[in-house]
Design a protein around this ligand. Structure first.
Ligand SMILES: [Zn+2]
Length: 204
């Protein structure tokens, strides 16, 4: 069902463009610079919800198993994501534990939960009391997730640690990499303009 027209500013050139309701599979581009303003997928929100559910399961797995183990001089140290936060807390680095675990586990988990709570009723076109607050929370939390920064950070530090100790990646490391991919695909599939149009259409 096409949604009603509205005005959207182009993120690249700031031109204010009036966008008519898009049907599934259609996209709107800026008449001045040609960048894509908004796109509507053919499957509604099914793909986004599938990425969200996959991301939720992978993030859970990333917290349940060993993340990586370090072997040096006959000693082996196995690290888990929650375990490293507990170690920081025990060492008196509570703020660092929160600053590290927040953007890589806490906030992404909250984003996935919020997106799931939003997409399930949106797919069915059902109005629920939390649609608007969940949409606002999703927009607010977005910039605070550092999933891809963490994956790159781990890879960079492994190059350094690799010279001092033998590093073996655990199940959780691969689960987190797969989570990062699903999480990024979920975020990129959530078209902000279409999301808010559907929320408005549901609550109207
Ligand atoms: Zn433009």
């Amino acid at each position: 069902m096409p949604s009603p027209p509205s005005r959207t500013a182009c993120v690249d050139c700031d031109l204010l463009v009036r966008i008519d309701g898009l049907a599934g599979g259609e996209r709107a581009t800026c008449p001045r610079c040609g960048s894509v303003l908004t796109a509507r997928t053919e499957d509604g929100w099914t793909k986004s919800l599938a990425f969200a559910l996959a991301a939720a399961m992978l993030l859970l797995a990333a917290n349940l198993f060993p993340f990586l183990s370090l072997q040096a001089s006959g000693l082996e140290q196995v690290m888990t994501l929650p375990g490293s936060a507990v170690e920081l807390y025990r060492g008196g680095y509570t703020t660092i534990a929160v600053l590290v675990m927040g953007p890589i586990v806490g906030i992404p988990a909250l984003i996935v939960a919020t997106a799931t709570a939003l997409l399930i009723p949106l797919r069915r076109g059902r109005a629920t009391p939390w649609l608007v607050p969940a949409g606002k929370l999703l927009s607010f939390l977005g910039p605070w997730s550092m999933v891809e920064v963490f994956v790159i950070g781990v890879l960079v530090s492994l190059v350094k640690i690799g010279a001092m100790a033998t590093v073996v990646m655990g199940i959780s490391f691969w689960a987190y990499v797969a989570f990062a991919i699903c999480f990024t695909l979920m975020i990129t599939s959530l078209d902000r303009v279409q999301l808010w149009r559907d929320i408005e259409a549901c609550v109207a």
